[in-house]
Design a binder for this molecule. Structure first.
Ligand code: AMP
Length: 193
């Protein structure tokens, strides 16, 4: 089982890139943000639970998120692995994922980090608010999400960096060029030495 974990601040283009990558690699893209939004739309219990956190730009508690990912990874289409987009986002989630992968017999191949400077991100997110009408793309929530990324998600780069898994990708290029760099990084990581 192959696992690619896309890391990057909100607005770096993880979702767009993960969707493109799934066709190239033939692996499903799993976005915890999309899974939560699906539950919210369908007014499930999980959706109701997640809503207050999402509205504030805060993270949904780890136990809830990890249980949802475990369910998703148990599905047949993940038999060969997956591209994870927006998960893990905390060290506790990263450790839980290690345990899940040990159970499923999978391993993380590479953790591409899409790099975009902070000032460029706020502008991108405000534009996305207009285009996609996402409720959590308003200025106050954006600021919280950036802070959450800095405090809780960035430490993952050290966690995976120590395992030699992180590859930096320049996110300030066209969508096509970012994708090209990502494919290269994944190919390098999965080629036999
Ligand atoms: P995203 O679409 O990835 O930006 O996620 C939107 C929102 O969903 C986040 O601001 C969080 O409230 C929630 N969320 C998504 N992924 C996670 C995660 N791995 N852990 C906790 N909350 C998450």
């Amino acid at each position: 089982m192959k696992f690619i974990i896309l890391v990057g601040p909100p607005g770096a283009g993880k979702g767009t890139q993960a969707k493109l990558l799934q066709e190239t690699l033939g692996l499903p893209q799993i976005s915890t943000g999309d899974l939560f939004r699906f539950n919210l739309k369908n007014e499930t219990e999980l959706g109701q639970l997640a809503q207050t956190f999402m509205d504030r730009g805060e993270l949904v508690p780890d136990e809830v998120t990890v249980a949802m990912v475990e369910d998703r990874l148990s599905m047949d289409d993940c038999a060969a692995g997956a591209i994870l987009d927006g998960f893990p986002r905390t060290l506790a989630q990263a450790r839980a994922l290690d345990e899940l992968l040990a159970k499923f017999g999978g391993k993380i191949d590479v953790v591409p980090s899409i790099e975009v400077p902070l000032d460029a991100l706020v502008e991108r997110l405000l534009n996305r608010a207009v285009l996609e009408g996402r409720a959590d793309d308003n200025e106050e929530t954006i600021r919280t999400r950036m802070q959450v990324y800095e405090d809780q998600t960035k430490p993952l780069l050290d966690y995976y960096g120590q395992k030699g898994l992180v590859s930096l990708v320049n996110g300030q290029q066209t969508i096509e060029d970012v994708q090209k760099d990502l494919v290269k990084v994944v190919e390098e990581a999965t080629q036999p030495a």
